[in-house]
Design a binder for this molecule. Structure first.
Ligand code: NAG
Ligand code: NAG
Ligand code: NAG
Length: 273
């Protein structure tokens, strides 16, 4: 139940590598002095009442070594910054910016975050399509944009995500531990991740305004363990190629306008629950 403004003195701890302030009642803006924390690699500010996401991101880019940044459930109803000068996050691997009701498009500056492995933008009010640069995020294996107002078809480039198109052992067996665990408050469960590689290889486009057919090429995403396309306007048949996703543990195609039969070979997906 800590509240008020984060004390400035904390930014004098210049050797700090991990800081979790989440789940308190902090408010106000993130001080530019946070940029003094050059060794900071894990920062969790989630579930407070911080404001001014633009200023926060500009302050944080000076940190330089951030690899996990969890800032969800703050910055309520602000505009997603579209400012191209948000850069310097080359080491960022896990970015959680969900439940902020941010408006605007998926910003182009995210394309410069080339180490990203997991990107959670769910439960904002984002509009526009999935950007065409998405497959340039060579390390991305977890993307959750559910519960927004995104439009358009499933872009073909999404079927070419390097980390999802083959069964890359590296992402399964990378044993490196996160500085601190990441906690995820799912609708169904409270989860804790201690290893980045334990994160589901997942694509969640659920609860948006996507349309068109589910592309045959979905079968290229062989590493997927979780696919959620529910609550959209997809039509046409479920492609047979979905049965090539032999690592799938979770599949949700509900609440669309799909027609035809459920492909019989789905019964061969033994991990599917
Ligand atoms: C940056 O973070 C990594 C761990 O993510 C660590 O191994 C490395 O020593 C850090 N570098 C600096 C300059 O603190
Ligand atoms: C969906 O997002 C809105 C904010 O845009 C939020 O108010 C609502 O709680 C979210 N729904 C779920 C199920 O998380
Ligand atoms: C898929 O996403 C929808 C909307 O966000 C959610 O309600 C549903 O629980 C998800 N399905 C699964 C199997 O996780």
């Amino acid at each position: 139940r800590l509240g008020g403004i984060v004390p400035e003195s904390i930014y004098s701890c210049s050797m700090l590598t991990a800081l979790r302030l989440s789940g308190n009642h902090f408010h106000g803006e993130i001080s530019p002095r946070i940029g003094n924390l050059k060794h900071l690699s894990f920062l969790s500010l989630g579930s407070n009442s911080f404001t001014n996401i633009m200023k926060a991101l500009h302050a944080l880019k000076s940190c330089g070594n951030i690899s996990t940044l969890l800032i969800g459930r703050n910055f309520m109803n602000e505009a997603m910054p579209q400012d191209e000068t948000i850069d310097g996050f080359q080491n960022l691997q896990f970015l959680v910016m969900h439940h902020c009701s941010l408006t605007g498009r998926i910003p182009t500056w995210l394309s410069t975050f080339t180490s990203l492995k997991v990107l959670l933008l769910s439960s904002n009010q984002l509009t526009g399509p999935i950007p065409s640069w998405i497959n340039s995020l060579n390390h991305l294996f977890g993307l959750d944009v559910s519960n927004n107002s995104l439009i358009g078809k499933i872009p073909m480039i999404l079927m070419e995500m390097p980390m999802l198109t083959s069964d890359k052992p590296a992402i399964y067996f990378d044993p490196s531990l996160l500085d601190l665990p990441i906690y995820v408050d799912d609708a169904n469960a409270k989860l804790q991740y201690r290893m980045g590689s334990a994160w589901p290889k997942g694509l969640n486009l659920g609860k948006n305004k996507f349309t068109g057919m589910i592309p045959q090429e979905i079968g290229h995403l062989e590493a997927l363990t979780y696919l959620n396309l529910s609550f959209n306007n997809f039509y046409g048949e479920i492609p047979q190629s979905i049965c090539k996703l032999t690592n799938l543990q979770g599949l949700d195609l509900s609440n669309n306008h799909l027609t035809g039969a459920v492909p019989v070979p789905l019964e061969n997906l033994h991990f599917l629950s």
